[in-house]
Design a protein around this ligand. Structure first.
Ligand SMILES: Cc1cc2nc3c(=O)[nH]c(=O)nc-3n(C[C@H](O)[C@H](O)[C@H](O)COP(=O)(O)OP(=O)(O)OC[C@H]3O[C@@H](n4cnc5c(N)ncnc54)[C@H](O)[C@@H]3O)c2cc1C
Length: 279
């Protein structure tokens, strides 16, 4: 009979993880669908009762989003325009039932190339906090996801929070997702961008594209091309096809690689035009 543990404290959870191979369960919206038709034999560590892992807090130099904060809680949270892109992504994750159960930490730990939470968090320069019985540390999200379904988490570790640094200038973000239909769909491409703006000009830009490589990627050349540009509704014209060089889109049932590349540029321009027009 498999074990099912549901501790109320993070320290109990970490002690249990250190003792043996337990499978972490948060909202279960990735875990259970991946096991349809197979007996559930894993020993489970359900982290949903650990209050310290849930909720959003503003600290002096960053925001801290607890790993088991679900997408609906994120959408409902009072957050500055910096988080608009992440909230838009949250609203496109499955339907409301999935958003009520699925967590931000689960989306990152599952490490799907089509995870909608990853591009907006890359565009927010997010770090992830990782804990084990020896203590906690943080790493850049870009270094945390190693490949398709691979992260650097060890079996005795939990992802405990996502940390978003406060930008130096006034900042806002945006997100766009392309699927085969409007809702309840796996992304063909998604693009997120954050712009830091001062006196009507771009001071810093972060653009990330998902579903066009095993791990969502930033576009450093496009980001550099935007610095100093005037913000208006044609800002997207500064994104060029050659800026997509970090991407390696594949042909699959949802789209060809060529279509994905074209759509990535179109979405990046739309997202930037939107942000430019709002500044
Ligand atoms: C119908 C449906 C539609 C969906 N639509 C979308 C969509 O549009 N976009 C999208 O991105 N996703 C979608 N998903 C996938 C899923 O809902 C999200 O990825 C969700 O955020 C996963 O969170 P969870 O808490 O349910 O993860 P779980 O299923 O609980 O866990 C996922 C994985 O992460 C591990 N894990 C979870 N939390 C931690 C932690 N804190 N520390 C260490 N390991 C942890 C688990 O062991 C497991 O391997 C959909 C799923 C369904 C069923």
């Amino acid at each position: 009979m498999p074990a099912y543990l549901r501790p109320a404290s993070q320290s109990e959870a970490l002690a249990a993880l250190a003792q043996g191979r337990l499978t972490v369960l948060a909202g279960g919206t990735d875990y259970y669908p991946a096991r349809v038709g197979t007996p559930l034999a894993d020993d489970i560590l359900d982290i949903s009762a650990i209050a310290a892992l849930r909720g959003i807090r503003e600290d002096a130099d960053h925001w801290r989003i607890g790993a088991t904060t679900n997408w609906s809680e994120l959408i409902a949270a009072a957050l500055p325009p910096l988080f608009d892109g992440l909230k838009l992504a949250a609203g496109e994750i499955g339907g409301v039932q999935i958003q009520n159960a699925g967590t931000i930490g689960g989306n990152l730990c599952n490490a799907s190339p089509a995870a909608d939470g990853v591009p907006p968090l890359l565009a927010l320069d997010a770090r992830v906090e990782i804990a084990d019985t020896a203590g906690s540390t943080s790493v850049a999200l870009a270094d945390f996801i190693l490949g398709n379904r691979k992260t650097l988490l060890r079996p005795d570790q939990l992802l405990t929070a996502i940390l978003i640094p406060k930008p130096a200038h006034s900042a806002r973000s945006h997100f766009a997702k392309l699927g085969a239909r409007e809702y309840l769909v796996v992304s063909i491409v998604m693009v997120a961008a954050t712009l830091e703006i001062e006196a009507g000009r771009v001071r810093a830009a972060r653009i990330a594209v998902g579903a066009c490589s095993p791990v969502a990627r930033r576009l450093p050349l496009a980001e550099a091309a935007l610095i100093g540009q005037t913000c208006d509704a044609s800002l997207g014209a500064h994104a060029r096809p050659e800026h997509l060089s970090p991407l390696a889109p594949i042909d699959d049932v949802r789209a060809s690689g060529e279509y994905r590349r074209d759509a990535a540029l179109t979405l990046a321009r739309r997202v930037l035009n939107h942000l430019g027009a709002q500044a």
